[in-house]
Design a binder for this molecule. Structure first.
Ligand SMILES: Cc1cc2nc3c(=O)[nH]c(=O)nc-3n(C[C@H](O)[C@H](O)[C@H](O)COP(=O)(O)O)c2cc1C
Length: 214
């Protein structure tokens, strides 16, 4: 059997310990990710790193916003409807969650985002407002670089809509131009020992999405 690469072992972490990630490690992760390819090397992403007291303040304001049921919105239009095969994958994922967790655990899984997963650090990625999908492709490559470089450093991650659904709580801490849109937030931290983090998602077989012509 082929050995699985670190890429295949990466999965989302939804609960982090209190352990701080040192700044040099975080900068190394971001430097590594910045080797992502981009259209004519335009490197269209901008990156905002929240750590220390800032991440704690964001976590606190996020929890309050969720409790207050504050209006939630994203600066980039979220997917609004799904094609049938995507819908099938989503349903498959939801069924797998129900099979893996009992109802209390499932509740904890779904509400972990309320506290931003207890992230030790958060990487926010912006792209220019109304950018071409190619720039989102570039920024997505950068984001995946963050996940893999963090994994190599023993650090867990989750990219999540939950991280950027209250843009004001982020903009309050950083000087983010009105020309930029918050595309994604990635939570980082050392994984807590919890069943929440034991979920392994599967992937549809290649034949479902790959055409090969030899
Ligand atoms: C753009 C994006 C948004 C996501 N938003 C959330 C979220 O809000 N809450 C959550 O629990 N997971 C979120 N996820 C994580 C996905 O659920 C996860 O990546 C997927 O189920 C595959 O699992 P894996 O990352 O463990 O391989 C998001 C992932 C991406 C790429």
């Amino acid at each position: 059997m082929n050995q699985l690469s670190h890429t295949q072992y990466r999965h989302s972490t939804r609960l982090f310990t209190d352990q701080v990630i040192d700044l040099a490690t975080l900068e190394n992760i971001i430097r590594t990710a910045s080797h992502a390819p981009s259209w004519e090397n335009a490197q269209p992403w901008k990156v905002y790193l929240a750590t220390g007291d800032t991440v704690k303040q964001i976590r606190t304001s996020h929890e309050k916003a969720v409790q207050d049921k504050a209006k939630s919105w994203t600066e980039v239009t979220p997917p609004l409807d799904w094609k049938p095969d995507q819908q099938k994958n989503i349903e498959h994922w939801q069924t797998a969650l129900g099979d893996f967790f009992n109802s209390d655990e499932l509740q904890a899984f779904h509400t972990a985002g309320k506290k931003l997963y207890h992230a030790a650090a958060i990487v926010y990625i912006t792209i220019p407002k109304n950018a071409s999908a190619y720039l989102a492709y570039d920024a997505g490559a950068f984001g995946y670089g963050v996940l893999l470089a963090a994994k190599d450093a023993g650090i867990g991650t989750i990219p999540a809509y939950e991280m950027i659904r209250y843009p004001d709580e982020i903009r309050a801490h950083f000087d983010i131009s009105s020309d930029e849109a918050l595309l994604m937030g990635i939570a980082l931290g050392y994984p807590a020992s919890s069943k929440i983090n034991d979920l392994k998602t599967d992937r549809r077989p290649l034949k479902n999405f790959l055409q090969i012509k030899d």
